[in-house]
Design a binder for this molecule. Structure first.
Ligand SMILES: NCc1[nH]cc(CCC(=O)O)c1CC(=O)O
Length: 329
């Protein structure tokens, strides 16, 4: 099935150029995908560093438009033919399908949950009164504030940005009591051991697509897309398709306080059902609309998208639209 051609069989084909941002996380993710692509194509893969506006801007992500700031430079390089494929964090991809590009593969996703990194090994429930928790994400702020309220905790969410190392640094320097980051990013950077708690999705739903990678190529590269399809994980594909369809149907950008997670439920070996949960809320966490639906695993990404739209319609009927006005922290 996945017979890997020997180097000789590749006939000295030129390397595939994989475009990547230069951050440590992007380089780690690109390296993972480069290995997978080498295996299925038998061709060498070279990383091509691309600087994006999101890497150089000092402005707040939410202020510069959130959706896609990290993505467009890579896409432009693909469309210009300067690179053959690009790797994105799926949660950073706008939901609109871009003209001329193909989402060729979504490899098996990492742990989708958010992780808490707190001082002194503290868990969320152990945070002292007045604790300051850093996050640049309205989705995290809304759910952390709601969870704190339900526990009777007095916390303050503080907007921060910067790469993973910078954010962890706020805790190490004592400026903040804790930060919340995606577990997947920590794992890929070899820093998951610094997490003091993995946040249960019952309290904090991750961003749609969190923990999954997107491998894009030009739509015109049909032969390459066919090979890349071999590293696609069908279960991850239907799960993230449902999550992103929910987000799109809520007409929300990636900086809106929307969380979504499609879980595959099974009895040991066999996956039997998929559960899709979605949440939207006010930043202060006083109001959340959180709904869930469970049914057969969608037979196709199209069916998964339908599921996301159905749940979004139910959330809108419960007032979700009125909660999505506040985008910036
Ligand atoms: N918003 C930035 C971003 N985009 C993807 C990840 C982590 C990897 C992933 O979620 O797949 C991160 C960092 C974070 O949220 O902690």
């Amino acid at each position: 099935m996945n017979a890997t051609p020997s180097p000789a069989a590749s006939g000295g084909a030129p390397p595939l150029r994989l475009g990547t941002r230069r951050s440590a996380l992007a380089m780690a993710q690109s390296g993972l995908v480069a290995d997978l692509v080498r295996d299925v194509t038998g061709r060498p893969v070279e990383l091509v560093e691309i600087t994006t506006y999101g890497d150089t801007s000092r402005e707040h992500l939410a202020q510069i438009g959130g959706a896609g700031v990290f993505v467009s430079a890579l896409r432009e390089a693909l469309l210009r033919g300067e690179i053959d494929l690009a790797v994105h964090s799926l949660k950073d991809l706008p939901t609109a399908e871009p003209e001329g590009l193909a989402l060729a593969a979504v490899p098996r996703r990492e742990d989708p949950r958010d992780a808490l990194i707190a001082r002194d090994g503290l868990t969320f429930a152990q945070l002292p009164p007045g604790a300051r928790i850093g996050t640049g994400s309205p989705r995290r702020a809304a759910q952390l504030n709601a969870w704190a309220r339900s526990l009777g905790l007095d916390i303050e969410t503080v907007p921060i940005r910067g790469n993973v190392g910078t954010r962890i640094g706020y805790v190490r320097s004592g400026r903040l009591d804790a930060v919340v980051l995606a577990a997947a990013g920590l794992t890929r950077l070899g820093r998951i051991g610094e997490a003091t708690e993995l946040l249960d999705a019952d309290h904090v739903l991750p961003a749609p697509g969190q923990g999954a990678l997107a491998v894009e190529c030009a739509a015109s590269s049909a032969a390459l897309a066919a090979r890349l399809a071999e590293i696609d994980d069908p279960y991850t594909r239907v799960a993230v398709t449902a999550e992103r369809s929910l987000l799109a149907a809520l007409e929300a950008g990636c900086s809106a306080p929307v969380g979504a997670l499609a879980d595959l439920l099974g009895d040991g070996q066999v996956v039997t059902e998929m559960r899709l949960r979605g949440v939207v809320g006010t930043l202060d966490g006083t109001t959340l609309v959180q709904l869930s639906t469970t049914g057969p695993v969608p037979a196709s990404p199209g069916d998964a998208a339908d599921l996301g739209r159905v749940l979004a319609a139910e959330m809108l009927a419960k007032g979700a639209a009125g909660l999505m006005g506040e985008r910036a922290l």
